[in-house]
Design a protein around this ligand. Structure first.
Ligand code: BES
Ligand code: MN
Ligand code: ZN
Length: 495
């Protein structure tokens, strides 16, 4: 896997004696006032510079300063009143990536006085920025460095010691998300449901998690007809994976995470057009998130919170054995579903998983899924949908705040609507699975709610749109983002 564990160390010498690159992050006001006294020793006349105004995200490389400092980089943080953890994490990540690729091994970080972030934010920025999915690229002399230089940054120096606890937390957050990215980036020819189950079992062993895997026979015996239907067209059968983190002390809270694990979504018999099918290896991101969260919970050694994870894994393929439009299937809770679109498969695998999670009577269930194109149309590529009923406002608020702290944006959308609920009706079964075009993301949320125990707090995260990045930006590399892993871990830590 291509990522670096980056060490943060304290530098107590003079900045002008530093032998690597120096990165100076400044707000627009600090540039104008040329007031950052600590930086004057190595660079002055900031206010007069035409090539650097402190604009948010701007990075300027100042050529060789003296024989010791290799490079000085100026990073703009924008207006000081708008500087927050998300901005600092995002812009530092981009800067670390550039500096690392320009063959700098070590970097001294000097932050403007308006920056108030702890070590977790800095570690997240540095480690997430170092990740790239490049294991299938030949690394010979010629191919290597062809388009992008290798990331060389190994150590970052700061002027004040970072808090150990925060740093350890940030490292676990980042590394859990990187694990999820690496898994979600693997193509469908490598990861199918049984392989995903094996990887989950391996991770469970490594981190002392309990793990139970249901194969197709057990799923049949247990009445999980929805996930079985989705997987029926594939040469590789579905799996329901249940992971448990048990704390040392008596559990004060029990939280269940549920993830959509479609290892490839062709659409099934309602096959997708080809330009909608590429990136559908990423349709397993919800389940990969859940595995990242469970291993993260174990690494954090949460004291008194029991965490459950359900990964609902199936491959949605067209074939002679595939489920069809018009089929009527039965989910774990006995409810029947008339299939009107085989491409609305995520809600089906989640239906069985949400029933199983409900049976454990947890304090809260949070599901995550690359569920609807509609959510992506509504919110774009950098913000995920958060669906919760009015009764679950507290859970929704907790997730929104955790997302803010981690720089993962969520936007609350409705999970109840009496008119859309009407559209769920089927003439022949308890409900249909897809429904009309408008309000598709809320329709999906209302569909899911049919399988959640009404007495349990529940939130649904629709991560279609944010699961797979078109291009490198901030903490994200091109490809899988692992979106929601850090938010959910932060939610657990602050519970
Ligand atoms: N996996 C897709 C949703 C998706 C689309 C995720 C784009 C990421 C990017 C999901 O299974 C799907 O196909 N949804 C359909 C539902 C429709 C048939 C009701 C959609 O959104 O078009
Ligand atoms: Mn689909
Ligand atoms: Zn899908």
């Amino acid at each position: 896997m291509s990522f670096k564990e980056i060490e943060f160390k304290v530098y107590d010498g003079k900045p002008e004696d530093f032998s690597g690159a120096v990165l100076i992050a400044l707000s627009e006001e600090s540039v104008k006032a040329d007031k950052a006294a600590a930086f004057r020793d190595i660079i002055s006349g900031l206010a007069e510079r035409k090539d650097f105004t402190g604009k948010k995200g701007a990075l300027t490389r100042v050529p060789l300063f003296n024989n010791k400092v290799k490079n000085i980089y100026l990073l703009g943080l924008g207006k000081s009143e708008e500087v927050n953890a998300a901005v600092v994490r995002d812009k530092l990540a981009q800067a670390f990536r550039t500096i690392g690729r320009q063959h700098n091994n070590s970097c001294l970080l000097m932050l403007d006085e308006c920056v108030e972030v702890k070590g977790d934010v800095l570690i997240e920025a540095a480690e997430l920025a170092s990740y790239k999915f490049d294991k299938y690229k030949s690394q010979d002399e010629e191919n290597n460095n062809k388009d992008e230089k290798n990331f060389a940054l190994n150590e970052i120096f700061v002027l004040n010691k970072l808090c150990d606890k925060c740093s350890a937390k940030g490292k676990i957050f980042a590394e859990s998300q990187i694990f999820t990215r690496e898994l979600a980036n693997e193509p469908g020819c490598v990861i199918n449901p049984p392989v995903l189950a094996e990887i989950a079992a391996e991770q469970a062993k490594k981190f002392n998690l309990e793990c139970e895997i249901w194969d197709e026979n057990k799923l049949k015996a247990e009445g999980c007809g929805a996930i079985l239907a989705v997987g029926s067209g594939s040469a590789t059968p579905p799996r329901m994976i249940h992971l448990i983190y048990k704390p040392k002390n008596k559990a004060r809270k029990k939280i269940a995470f549920v993830g959509k694990g479609i290892t490839f979504d062709s659409g099934g018999l309602d096959i997708k057009p080809s330009n909608f099918m590429t990136t559908m290896k990423g349709d397993k991101t919800g389940a990969c998130d859940v595995l990242g969260i469970l291993t993260g919970a174990a690494k954090l050694e949460l004291e008194d919170i029991e965490v459950h994870g359900f990964m609902a894994a199936a491959e949605n393929m067209p074939s002679g054995s595939a489920f069809r439009p018009d089929d009527i299937i039965k989910a774990r809770n006995g409810k029947t579903i008339e299939i009107d679109n085989t491409d609305a498969e995520g809600r089906l695998v989640l239906a069985d998983a949400l029933c199983l999670a409900s049976e454990l009577k947890p304090d809260a269930i949070i599901d995550m899924a690359t569920l609807t194109g509609a959510c992506m149309v509504a919110l774009g590529r950098w913000r995920a949908g958060l669906f919760a009923k009015a009764k679950d406002d507290a859970l929704a608020e907790a997730i929104l705040s955790a997302g803010k702290r981690r720089g993962e944006d969520f936007w609350r959308l409705p999970a109840e609507d009496e008119h859309i609920e009407e559209e769920l009706k089927s003439p022949f079964a308890d409900m249909i699975n897809s429904g009309p075009r408008y309000g598709g993301a809320t329709f999906a949320a209302i569909f899911l709610s049919q399988f959640v125990d009404k007495n349990i707090s529940w939130a649904h995260l629709d991560i279609a749109g944010v699961d797979f990045m078109d291009k490198e930006t901030g903490v994200y590399a091109k490809g899988a983002s692992g979106f929601a892993v850090r938010t959910c871990l932060d939610y657990l830590v602050n519970l």
